[in-house]
Design a protein around this ligand. Structure first.
Ligand code: APR
Length: 250
């Protein structure tokens, strides 16, 4: 039975000049990447991610934190973009082809939106496929393969770390500014697969609401954001997004 969408949603999306999308771990769930708050598996089941994804954890035990991210990179490398990622990439190409502005703001660090073909991506929390020097805070593209965990920076011999935002760290200013600008200037804002618990990302939808944009949440569960949204589509991103793209038949 095809999914039904509110006619107002279809109309506004068809005529929107600017669309902003915020995605969270939920959009990668159907790719087999565990969401941030899902129980971790195997060796890492004993650790709470919020205890590992911090500068303090890295200073205390850099090897443990580096190996946790090696495990997460291996998980993501085995994953593929799912129909939700692909539908967003197709929506972007169709909307930008007709001159609309499309901004994909993601809290995810798995790089699956890039692999699905999305172009205008704002990475609020960084990307596990990029590495930076813990001391110099600059991205490092290559380093001698010494099997050290973590490896050392080829410039200053400091420790290398994943280029992701850890708890207690500020978001990259350019990414946050781009996300705020997109939320404050869009006609339609989607929050997809986000628990809306972690700020400042969770405040972006409210900027769109203040602007009077049409706001849509896609999530199998209710979140603190649900009641404030124009529409709340209860279900999986990998099912709803392809159906929405079809219903738009741009
Ligand atoms: N489709 C859509 N949403 C889904 C799906 C799905 N198939 N499966 C799960 N979800 C929803 C869950 O209901 C939940 O609301 O995705 C959300 C995932 O929430 P979290 O695990 O909290 O992930 P996220 O919101 O991205 O966390 C925010 O906080 O933990 C830090 O930096 C980390 O980026 C992360 C941020």
């Amino acid at each position: 039975m095809p999914l039904e969408f509110p006619p107002q949603l279809i109309e506004i999306l068809r005529s929107a000049k600017s669309i902003a999308i915020l995605t969270g771990a939920g959009i990668s769930a159907e790719s087999g990447v565990p969401t941030f708050r899902e129980a971790q598996t195997g060796l890492w089941a004993q650790y709470d991610p919020t205890e590992l994804a911090t500068p303090e954890a890295f200073r205390r035990n850099p090897k443990l934190v580096w190996e946790w991210y090696e495990w997460r990179r291996a998980l993501v490398a085995k994953a593929s973009p799912n129909p939700g990622h692909v539908a967003l990439a197709n929506l972007e190409s169709q909307l930008t082809a007709r001159g609309s502005r499309f901004t994909l703001i993601t809290q995810n660090v798995d790089g699956l939106h890039q692999r699905a073909g999305s172009q205008n991506i704002v990475e609020l929390h960084g990307n596990v496929w990029r590495t930076k020097c813990f001391d110099e805070d600059v991205v490092v593209d290559s380093w001698p393969d010494t099997n050290e965990a973590p490896p050392h920076c080829p410039h200053c011999n400091g420790l290398l770390r994943p280029d992701v935002v850890w708890f207690g760290e500020p978001l990259p200013r350019p990414a946050l500014d781009a996300a705020v600008d997109a939320a404050q200037s869009c006609d339609a804002f989607f929050s997809i697969g986000a628990s809306s618990l972690v700020h400042p990302a969770a405040s972006l939808p409210y900027l769109a609401i203040e602007r009077g944009a049409l706001t849509v949440e896609i999530n199998p569960d209710e979140t603190p954001l649900t009641r404030a949204m124009t529409h709340s589509l209860r279900g999986k991103a990998g099912e709803i997004l392809p159906a929405l793209l079809k219903a738009l038949s741009l």
